[in-house]
Write a protein that binds this ligand. Sequence first.
Ligand code: HQG
Length: 183
Amino acid sequence: MNKSDKLSVFLSLVLRHQPEAANIKLDKHGWANVEELLEGVNRTGRVINKEILEEIVAKDKKQRYSFNEDKTLIRANQGHSVPVDVELKEQEPPEFLYHGTATRFMDSIEKEGLKPMGRLYVHLSKDVETAKIVGKRHGDPVILQVHSGVMYRENCKFYLSENGVWLTEKVDTKYFGRVKGEY
Ligand code: HQG
């Protein structure tokens, strides 16, 4: 990992899970004050300034972060474990969405359905390729096809984050099946 990737991982930690790691607070919509964030991150011994932060935000492959209009505030678009309301847009999902996970979780998932675990929502991908990448982070990947259209018609809510990740509160076992084949 290069320096900028390492900083980005730390920013994810601070803006989604542990703002106290940079000695800052998030507001109820998940916003951090940019000046406070820069000061807090520098105090941890990492080197960051406004230009570096703007470059990380602009270049992030998953577009994980957003600034407000005048760039005085920053937040993560999704993926939080801390209870913030990032004003997600409720939206009708496509007929199918995908969830990438690992074989070691499947016994539990087949019993309990998909749960948010450490995060606020279950994360779903719009295609198999993306789900595969998500699943591989956890080990031997398994891809689940989620019948989001049926769930939606049965009144389950779906949200689309600013960076294109679909989110929902849980997925019961009746709504998903394993995508067969080698990934
Ligand atoms: C699994 C990345 C046991 C679930 C990605 C997953 C994503 C269960 C793991 C975002 C379970 C949680 C989120 C159950 C679900 N029993 N295990 N009942 N229900 N699980 O990392 O979806 O790079 O919190 O299948 O791109 O893997 O961070 O969620 O394997 O969008 O920006 O519990 O993180 O984005 O793992 O990934 P995670 P995820 P970033």
